[in-house]
Design a protein around this ligand. Structure first.
Ligand SMILES: [Zn+2]
Length: 156
């Protein structure tokens, strides 16, 4: 796997902490559609006008990000067993990470990464494997599993 394919500042929900500060990479400024249908910019770090000067330039936690999007739900946990076990993939509001990951900007980020991997897998298949569809599908699946492993390693 080519680790350089994953931008340090990509929007990846596994990289977000519940609370601000902590070990978390700084993600790029993004946009989201608010409840009135307006496209709004969201910075992933606290700006210079933030009242607590200690927090300036520090990464926002998932709570702050969701509050700004009016999606924060106090009763939910950061993640849940179903998500950890990758069960019931259709849910979008079981836990905070899932809500964030279901936001269009995060979804499109993930699909960009998947496209990158598919491209790399195709190349790999052409060079090293019999270029059959099943062979290719297998490699893509393996590559997708690698995404999670790489993200977990980066967090650790
Ligand atoms: Zn969940």
């Amino acid at each position: 796997m080519n680790h350089a394919a994953f931008a340090e500042d990509a929007l990846i929900v596994q990289r977000i902490n519940k609370k601000p500060r902590g070990k978390q990479s700084i993600m790029w400024t993004t946009t989201f559609i608010d409840i009135n249908g307006q496209c709004k910019e969201q910075k992933m770090v606290f700006g210079n006008n933030y009242p607590d000067s200690d927090m300036k330039g520090k990464p926002k936690g998932i709570k702050k990000m969701l509050e700004e999007r009016k999606l924060w739900k106090t009763e939910l946990n950061l993640d849940c067993k179903k998500c950890k076990k990758k069960k019931d993939l259709g849910r979008i509001d079981c836990c905070l990470k899932k809500i964030m990951a279901s936001q269009p900007d995060f979804v499109s980020q993930k699909s960009t990464i998947v496209e990158l991997i598919k491209g790399a897998a195709k190349k790999y298949a052409k060079n090293y494997c019999d270029y059959t569809l099943t062979g290719l599908q297998k490699i893509v699946l393996q590559a997708l599993e690698l995404i999670d492993i790489i993200i977990i390693r980066k967090m650790g």
